[in-house]
Ligand binder design. Structure first.
Ligand code: TTP
Length: 365
């Protein structure tokens, strides 16, 4: 009997989805008067601000992410710079993920607007990953009035490169039989992790494309790049076994308080809840860049140690996660379940992680 295929040998179907000029597109969707104009999201030029991203119209003038806003204004004097609204972008990101979850639970976010999806086991679209990608693009356009681009390939490395190939609003697929040809002319600078320094070191060895890299003997790569040399040699041939990792480092954050004396009145509990939520907000602020909240949770432990929790999904509008009024409302709904004096109250958020790209500059407000 033949062995079942190992995880590595199994042909995977990976999508890499990346929104087009994300923050700028969201702003143009929200403010129609900005559409078709060169706009950027970032800090103002007179306050030494930096550009987070720009619309495609602004890019024609050379306006780029991480550029000083003063330089962007010099390149494009009619540029409209708008302040970032992270809560709004997070809400949109959750909406992206709601669509993605119709195809797979194996989702690895890299940032708010970018994620890998392993759709190997998805049966929609007759199992065609390219059709799934096209359907996702259409749904994002129709339901969210935004555009994303997608790369479809048997692994993460190729899918990520491919999503840039037909940007904006396009799908590019690298089927297994095209891998050799696809990587041949690919500049090594496109390999995730090959920054300016590594690219320069490779250039000194005469390596510009993946084909050049394939020609370098392994022992030479190991000598120059240590363990990373092995990975370089693999990706140069289009091989990448890294799984899509949806595992969450932290699933929730919560604050609980046990009271020296039980609280009897609901009105007093509501006041106490405000203090707990303020602390939750303080703690969440510290990890805000790594996670976005999906649900609010309230926990009550009654005098007799029985307990109850009530959670609710956070809407996708740009609302305040730690809004005390929302927690009060949840508490008022949950308390009558026991209707007894309370010894402990808790408030929490269920979280989803956001991974940031290597070297990506964080925002900048
Ligand atoms: P990217 O996906 O790099 O770029 P983008 O979505 O703006 O444009 P493209 O169509 O070329 O993919 O970044 C996603 C968001 O991350 C971007 O909209 C703003 C933010 N960002 C920063 O805040 N600082 C930066 O230096 C970069 C590169 C991005």
């Amino acid at each position: 009997m033949s062995e079942p295929p190992s995880e590595e040998a199994k042909q995977r179907k990976i999508l890499h989805i990346d929104a087009d000029s994300f923050y700028a597109s969201v702003e143009m969707r929200e403010r129609p008067e900005l559409r078709g104009k060169p706009i950027a999201v970032g800090g103002q030029s007179d306050r030494r601000g930096v550009i987070a991203t720009s619309s495609y119209e602004a890019r024609k003038f050379g306006v780029r992410s991480a550029m000083a806003s003063s330089r962007a204004m010099a390149l494009c004097p009619q540029l409209i710079i708008v302040a970032p609204r992270m809560d709004l972008y997070r809400a949109v990101s959750r909406q992206f993920h709601q669509i993605f979850r119709d195809y797979t639970d194996l989702i690895e976010p890299l940032s708010l607007d970018e994620a890998f999806l392993d759709v190997s086991d998805c049966t929609r679209c007759s199992g065609s990953a390219t059709l799934m990608a096209q359907e996702i693009l259409a749904r994002v356009r129709d339901e969210l009035h935004l555009t994303v681009s997608a790369g479809v390939a048997p692994n993460k490395f190729l899918a990520k490169v491919a999503s840039d190939w037909n940007k904006p609003n396009g799908v590019f697929t690298v089927p297994p039989e095209d891998i050799a040809q696809f990587v041949r002319d690919l500049p090594v600078s496109k390999i995730n992790g090959v920054g300016r320094v590594t690219a320069e070191n490779l250039r000194k060895l005469g390596v510009i494309t993946c084909a050049d890299l394939q020609a370098v003997p392994m022992e030479k790569l190991l000598r120059h790049f240590g363990k990373y040399g092995k990975r370089l040699s693999e990706v140069a041939r289009g091989i990448d076994h890294r799984p899509v990792q949806s595992s969450r480092v932290r699933k929730s954050i919560s604050v609980e308080h046990t009271y020296a004396e039980d609280i009897v009145e609901l009105s007093a509990m509501l006041v106490a809840m405000d203090g707990i939520v303020a602390e939750l907000q303080r703690r969440f602020d510290k990890i805000e860049e790594k996670y976005f909240p999906t649900k609010r949770v309230v926990k009550i432990k009654y005098r007799d140690f029985s307990q109850t929790t009530l959670e609710e999904t956070i809407g996708s509008s740009g609302e305040d996660w730690c809004d005390p009024a929302q927690y009060r409302r949840l508490l008022a709904a949950a308390w009558p379940r026991g209707e007894k004096p309370v010894r402990l109250l808790g408030a929490g958020l269920r979280l989803q992680p956001i991974k940031h790209k290597e070297g990506q500059q964080m925002l900048l407000v």
